[in-house]
Design a protein around this ligand. Structure first.
Ligand code: ARG
Length: 566
C-alpha cells in the first residue's frame, strides 16, 4: 500500500499538482508527530499565505474529509508549517484480513470484465506431431490467462486452433500405407505417428517421388476422398486422445477445437474481399498483399497453384471469431518466432477496414529448452512434454519420500508437486524471456519455486490444524513481520488485475513467492501457537488463515494444486 499516494490523493491545493504533493510528503524525524508529514513552506508563494496558516487550513479541510473512521489515516495535525499524518495500521490490517476471510476463494476476483468476451487461442497443437516441451508455455500461459480473465468477470473462450491442414497429412497417409499398420498406430498414438513421419522424411531423401505421392494424397483429402479423409480423421482423433492426458494433468480446458481445416470453406470470402478492395497483387504467380510501406515482407494469401496459406486461414479464423463471439479482445498465445506472421495478417485485416483488427493481440513468449538443446520434429530428436512431466513427478516423489517417508498419499502429493513445478517453471519469469528448463531448479524446496510455496502452505495448514480456524480476533501491538505480511497479501487484487492487463501470469507467481517468503519470516520470528497471550495467538491464527487463502487463490489461477500435508 502506497500511503504517500493515499495521502496525496486527499489533498487539494490550487496550482499544485498531485505529483508535487506526493514528492514533498516525507517521513518526519520524530514519529511522535506522525508517520508522514507534508511541509507547507513551498506553497507559501503560490498561495500568498504563511506556511503555518496553510497547514492549519489544510488540516481543517482534511479533518472534514477524514473522519476518525478512515481506514488508513487515524489523525491529522498541523504543527509549525507541517501537516502531519498518523497511519491507522490497525485499520488497514483489519480491512485487509476481514476482506480475505469474508471473500475467501473470491478474494481478488472482480466484475471489471462483465459483458465482455475474450477469445484466447492457445496450445494450438499440430495433429500427428509430438506435443513437446516447446508447447509448454503456450499451454500453461493460455490456461492461466483463461482462468484470470474468467476470474475478472470476462467470458473467456479457449480455442485450440489445431494445425490439421497441409501436405504433412499427405505424407502421413503415404507413410502409413507403405509402412504402417493399424494396431501399432492405435497403440503408439502420437509417438507412432511421429515415427512414420520421421521415416517418411528419411526415405523421401532418396526417393523424391514419395513427395509427389504425398502431395497427391493431400489433394485427395481436400477433395473429400473417403479413404483419405477417414485416415485423416483417425490421425486427428488419436492425437487428441493422446494430448488429453496432458491437458488433464495440467488442468487445461478448451471451448473450441476449430482448427485450420475448419476454415477450408471460409477463406474464399476473405480472398474475394481482398480482391474487391484491390489489396491483392501478383508476385511471381502468387497473390500477395504488399506491406512494404509498413516495413514488412508481403503477406502471401494464395500460392501460385491457388492453395491457401497459414495466414489465409488465420484471417478467416479471426473473421469467424468476430462473427461468432463478438470478442472484446482476441489473444494469440504464440511464440515470438511468429511475430512477423501476426503483424502481417493483423495489418492486412486493418487495411481491409476491419476496425476490430486493433483488438487482436499477439501474446508472444520466449523459448523453452532443456539442457539437451533444441530439437527438430523431422529428425525425431524431440522432448515430449509428457516425459518431462512424468520425470518431474518421479523426482518429486523421491524428494518427498526422503524428507517425509511416513506421509500419506505420497503419490498424490508428488503429482501436485511435480506438475506444479513444470507449470511454475514456465510461468515464473516474464513470458518473453527464453527459459532453460532444469529439473533441479524447479524442484528446489528453498528456491523461488512452486514447491517452496506449496511447502509454506502445508506449514500454514498444519498450524491451523493445531490452532483452529479463527475469524473473530482483535488486533494486538503489531510486529514488523506481521505488517509486512499483511501489506503483501493486500496486493492480490491489484496483482490479478495487472496480470490480466499485461497478459503476464508471472505477476501472480511472483506474488505467491513474495507472500510465502514473508509468511516464513513471520512464522520464524513470531510465535503463533505459543504466542505471548491469547489475543496475539488469535490474531496470528487469523493472519495465517488469510495468508493461506491468498496463496490458494493465486495457485488456483495458475492451475497448480496445493497438498494439505507435505
Ligand atoms: N499450430 C501452430 C504452431 O504450432 C500454432 C497456431 C497458433 N495459432 C494461430 N491462430 N496461428 O506453430
Amino acid at each position: 500500500m502506497d500511503y504517500k499516494k493515499y495521502i496525496a490523493d486527499k489533498i487539494d491545493i490550487d496550482g499544485v499538482s498531485k505529483d508535487e504533493i506526493y514528492d514533498l510528503i516525507a517521513l518526519p524525524p520524530n514519529t511522535e508527530m506522525g508517520d508522514y508529514a507534508l511541509p507547507c513552506f513551498k506553497f507559501a508563494k503560490v498561495l500568498r499565505k504563511s506556511p503555518v496558516m496553510i497547514a492549519e487550513e489544510l488540516k481543517s479541510t482534511m479533518s472534514d474529509k477524514i473522519p476518525m473512521s478512515d481506514e488508513v489515516i487515524s489523525e491529522v495535525s498541523a504543527v509549525n508549517g507541517y501537516l502531519n499524518f498518523k497511519i491507522n495500521k490497525n485499520g488497514f490490517v483489519r480491512a485487509t484480513m476481514d476482506k480475505i476471510l469474508a471473500q475467501k476463494e473470491n478474494y481478488g476476483a472482480s466484475e471489471e470484465g462483465e459483458g465482455k468476451t475474450i477469445c484466447i487461442d492457445y496450445s494450438s497443437i499440430n495433429i500427428a506431431k509430438p506435443f513437446h516441451i516447446g508447447h509448454l508455455s503456450t499451454t500453461v500461459l493460455g490456461g492461466a490467462l483463461y482462468r484470470i480473465f474468467n476470474y475478472l468477470g470476462y467470458k473467456a473462450v479457449g480455442i485450440n486452433h489445431l494445425g490439421d491442414y497441409g501436405t504433412q497429412f499427405g505424407k502421413l497417409i503415404s507413410a502409413y500405407k507403405r509402412w504402417g499398420d493399424k494396431e501399432t498406430i492405435e497403440k503408439g498414438g502420437i509417438r507412432a505417428l511421429n515415427e512414420l513421419y520421421v521415416k517418411f522424411h528419411q526415405e523421401a531423401e532418396e526417393n523424391p517421388e514419395y513427395d509427389d505421392e504425398a502431395r497427391a494424397y493431400f489433394k485427395k483429402i481436400e477433395q473429400g476422398d473417403e479413404e483419405c479423409l477417414a485416415l485423416f480423421h483417425w490421425f486427428k482423433e488419436l492425437t487428441l486422445k493422446d494430448v488429453q492426458k496432458i491437458y488433464d494433468m495440467l488442468d487445461i480446458k478448451f471451448d473450441s477445437y476449430a482448427g485450420e481445416s475448419f476454415y477450408s470453406d471460409k477463406m474464399q470470402p476473405i480472398v474475394d474481399e481482398l480482391r474487391e478492395k484491390e489489396l491483392l497483387v501478383e508476385s511471381r504467380g502468387a497473390q500477395v498483399v504488399d506491406l512494404e510501406e509498413y516495413g514488412m515482407t508481403p503477406c502471401i494469401i494464395l500460392k501460385s497453384d491457388g492453395s491457401s496459406l497459414y495466414a489465409t486461414r488465420d484471417m478467416a479464423a479471426a473473421q469467424y471469431r468476430k462473427n461468432t463471439y463478438d470478442f472484446y479482445k482476441c489473444l494469440y498465445v504464440v511464440a515470438y518466432q511468429q511475430n512477423l506472421h501476426f503483424k502481417q495478417f493483423f495489418k492486412v485485416l486493418e487495411l481491409m477496414g476491419k476496425d476490430w483488427a486493433k483488438d487482436l493481440v499477439h501474446v508472444a513468449y520466449g523459448m523453452v529448452s532443456l539442457e539437451e538443446g533444441t530439437m527438430s520434429t523431422r529428425k525425431g530428436n524431440v522432448v515430449f512434454l509428457e516425459d518431462v512431466i512424468n520425470k518431474c513427478i518421479e523426482k518429486a516423489y523421491k524428494i518427498i519420500d526422503e524428507k517425509n517417508p511416513d506421509l500419506e498419499n505420497k503419490e498424490d502429493v508428488a503429482k501436485k508437486v511435480g506438475v506444479g513445478a513444470v507449470i511454475f517453471g514456465a510461468l515464473y519469469n516474464n513470458k518473453i524471456k527464453d527459459i532453460v528448463f532444469s529439473y533441479d531448479k524447479v524442484l528446489n524446496f528453498d528456491g523461488e519455486t512452486s514447491v517452496y510455496v506449496q511447502y509454506t502452505c502445508a506449514r500454514a495448514n498444519s498450524v491451523l490444524q493445531k490452532g483452529g480456524i479463527v475469524t473473530d480476533y482483535e488486533i494486538p501491538e503489531l510486529t514488523a513481520e506481521e505488517i509486512e505480511l499483511v501489506k503483501a497479501i493486500a496486493t492480490f487484487p491489484e496483482t490479478v488485475a495487472t496480470a490480466a492487463e499485461k497478459y503476464e501470469p508471472s505477476c501472480i507467481a511472483r506474488f505467491a513467492v513474495d507472500v510465502a517468503q514473508k509468511f516464513n519470516k513471520f512464522y520464524f520470528n513470531c510465535k503463533i501457537l505459543s504466542a505471548e497471550d491469547e489475543k496475539s495467538k488469535n490474531f496470528r491464527l487469523a493472519l495465517t488463515n488469510a495468508t493461506l487463502q491468498s496463496l490458494k487463490n493465486a495457485f488456483a489461477l495458475l492451475g497448480i494444486g496445493i497438498p494439505d500435508k507435505m
